[in-house]
Write a protein that binds this ligand. Structure first.
Ligand SMILES: Cc1ncc(C[n+]2csc(CCOP(=O)(O)OP(=O)(O)O)c2C)c(N)n1
Ligand SMILES: [Mg+2]
Length: 321
């Protein structure tokens, strides 16, 4: 079904916001202004955008280490996000969690996570809660191809399968875990064969086309809301930058492969389509871009002006098991 103009504009704006946020994070990181790790989501924007467009605040998502896009698409406050990655007191975790620990329960964003695969059991719990609440809400978990080699992945699939949980598994297959190719690290060459073995409905789609992701996720979420879950959606994609931003880490992926995927940019492809279909003009695109950049400038200014946490607060709000 063709999407209406407003939905197309919303999808474009969200994707562009993620892109511009990540470009700014990149710039600030290499200027030495950010603390901790930053895993760039550039190249994968269509996935968070296309999936989260179907969710309400009551639906809960769980993210992973590459989480900025999921947060933005779920409606997180970019000021508090930016403040968090600057390590400032006004950030989502009072500056003590950094990029990989952004959470906002008020919008159903249960958290990013530095432990590969750890979001899957958390999302299973959120899906059990949604099932018990009986309001038709769903849970979504975003994870990479690398997470599929973790035990928790299989436990979550099994639990979701036996309890028929309203849980959408979104596997962002960017073909690598750090520098290790999925084709080397994963015995099952076709990821969707795994949910298939657990009798979970599944589909693999091209993850750089926001309309394709949006349509596939829409069908999946509709099934979950009717109690016909779980569902597994694999989205084929690629990250543009090395695993995390760093001067030291090497990117061992073949240069030609990286360059070929950059030509499949999800933002540029959608922009070209919107122009060609006459949905937006060049000046419309320019005005959306200006608005997005203004919001990001505002977020950075907020972060820069905010104080660092006080040394005497170092042990407050910090938990250890
Ligand atoms: C349990 C665990 N093992 C290893 C790591 C180190 N590590 C961090 S991210 C990552 C790769 C994850 O790859 P994938 O799940 O495909 O996500 P991507 O980075 O490609 O988005 C690894 C091995 C970790 N954080 N947690
Ligand atoms: Mg990966």
């Amino acid at each position: 079904m063709a999407l209406n103009k407003q939905t197309l504009i919303d999808l474009y704006t969200t994707m562009l916001t993620i892109r511009r946020f990540e470009e700014r994070a990149y710039k600030e990181f290499f200027a030495g202004n950010l603390v901790g790790f930053v895993h760039s989501y550039i190249g994968q924007e269509a996935i968070a955008t296309g999936v989260c467009a179907h969710l309400t605040k009551e639906d809960r998502i769980v993210s992973n280490h590459r989480g900025h896009g999921h947060c933005i698409a779920k409606g997180a406050d970019m000021k508090r996000m930016m403040a968090e990655i600057y390590g400032k007191k006004t950030g989502y975790c009072k500056g003590k969690g950094g990029s990989m620990h952004i959470a906002d329960f008020s919008i159903g964003m249960l958290g990013a996570d530095g432990i590969v695969g750890a979001g899957l059991p958390i999302a299973s719990g959120a899906a059990i809660a949604a099932q018990l609440e009986k309001k038709g809400n769903v849970a979504v978990v975003f994870f990479g191809d690398g997470a599929c080699n973790e035990g928790e992945f299989h436990e979550a699939l099994n639990l979701a399968g036996i309890y028929k949980l309203p849980l959408l598994f979104v596997c962002e297959n960017n073909h690598y875990g750090v520098n290790t190719a999925a084709s080397y690290a994963m015995s099952a060459k076709d990821i969707t064969r795994i949910p298939e073995a657990y009798h979970i409905k599944n589909r693999s789609v091209y993850g750089n086309d926001v309309e394709i992701v949006h349509q596939a996720a829409g069908e999946a979420v509709a099934l979950l809301r009717k109690g016909e879950g779980p569902y597994f959606l694999e989205c084929m994609t690629y990250r543009w930058h090395k695993h995390f931003l760093s001067m030291a880490l090497e990117d061992l992926r073949p240069t030609e492969e990286v360059e070929a995927w950059k030509k499949k940019c999800p933002v540029a492809a959608f922009e070209a389509k919107l122009l060609q279909q006459g949905i937006l003009s060049r000046s419309d695109l320019e005005s959306i871009n200006k608005k997005v950049l203004a919001k990001i400038d505002e977020a950075v200014a907020f972060a820069v002006e905010s104080p660092y946490p006080a040394p005497e607060d170092a042990l407050n709000d910090v938990y250890s098991a």
